[in-house]
Design a protein around this ligand. Structure first.
Ligand code: XMP
Length: 321
């Protein structure tokens, strides 16, 4: 539309002006926001942008491939993938507090980018860091006038103080639906533009309790089943997102096959929303809930129970942590 085209034009001009002949790094999370921010900056400064994708081990099944193949095919950006699974898991060992997890992850992200910057330094001075921060992130992290700090989103409040970069945040005034329109305007495929939101701290804030490799594997398997069944039921565009949460510190008795089991519950958190500031729990069809429940308890070792979260936002946030 005219307005979307003019948002793109204005932002591209503003970025070109601000970055000048400088170079920028953009961390891709696999989500819509960072993809659209990167595509905008790419349009403004071309190959002086390098995208960095961090595999922190907190990703969902298939996400790394989606970034490495689909996004690169659509935009032609230069992409470096960094495998930092061991570092992130190491830093998270023993940590259960949600805010502590977010701060640690934010800090690790920046350190990985700074290392990437050093590695890229031979090609020029990467002074700018592009982030896909949206207006609701700014407001909820206490960046907006007169608002309380509800959660420190990793890309706003969790930054360490010794940050070496100047931030470029071209989506800072936009809501999600506007970001999607900008993405389409920039030629990104619908598979990326209509991807449901996924938080920067990834599955770490969906494991309630300490984050370990085994717990992440369990959650990843349950999440993949839920996503597959929701897609098969044609519900992708009806729900805003459906976090699957592993209650790793809770154990529950089950009877599976011939014997008693003692595993963990997962919680389905399907929500409907316009902009994530408020949300309602989605009334999913019982047949879909039944299929997810049956498959998760049959196919995922260690999960004995599937529960449904029927809390709206407020008072519940969308993510559990
Ligand atoms: P909450 O849980 O605050 O989530 O109701 C609102 C929306 O934001 C996503 N979310 C995040 N996104 N970094 C992000 O990029 C974060 O730290 C973060 N925390 C939550 C969440 O998935 C939902 O769409």
């Amino acid at each position: 539309s005219w307005t979307t085209a003019s948002i793109v034009e204005e932002q591209v001009a503003a970025i070109a002006e601000r970055v000048g002949e400088g170079r920028a790094i953009c961390g891709l999370s696999g989500g819509v926001d960072s993809a659209v921010a990167a595509a905008l900056v790419h349009r403004a400064i071309g190959d002086r942008l390098t995208c960095v994708f961090v595999d922190h081990g907190l990703l969902r099944a298939g996400e790394r491939a989606q970034v490495e193949h689909d996004f690169v095919a659509a935009t032609g950006v230069r992409l470096v993938t960094i495998d930092a699974r061991e570092e992130f898991l190491g830093a998270l060992a023993g940590v259960t507090d949600p805010e502590a997890k977010r701060k640690i992850i934010g800090g690790e992200f920046i350190r990985v980018f700074e290392k990437a910057e050093r590695d890229l330094a031979a090609q020029g001075d990467y002074r700018y860091l592009v982030q896909g921060t949206l207006y609701p992130d700014v407001v909820e992290s206490g960046g907006g006038a007169g608002t309380a700090n509800i959660k420190s989103h990793h890309n706003v409040g969790g930054l360490p103080e010794d940050l070496d970069f100047e931030l470029v945040e071209p989506l800072r005034l936009l809501f999600k639906d506007e970001v999607r329109r900008v993405g389409l305007e920039l030629g990104l495929p619908e598979t990326i533009v209509y991807r449901q939101p996924f938080p920067g701290p990834g599955l770490a804030i969906r494991v309630v309790g300490e984050v370990t490799g085994d717990r992440l594997d369990t959650l990843r398997a349950a999440d993949a089943i839920a996503r597959e069944e929701l897609s098969l039921a044609g519900l992708d565009r009806d729900i805003w997102q459906c976090p699957v949460v592993l209650l790793a510190d809770v154990r529950s008795v089950g009877v599976q096959g011939d014997g008693r089991t003692y595993g963990h519950p997962v919680v389905l958190r399907p929500v409907s929303s316009e902009d994530a500031m408020t949300a309602d729990w989605t009334r999913l069809p019982y047949e879909v809930l039944e299929r997810i429940s049956t498959r998760v308890t049959n196919e995922v070792t260690g999960v004995t129970r599937v529960a449904l979260d029927v809390t709206s936002k407020p008072p519940g946030t969308i993510e559990w942590e």
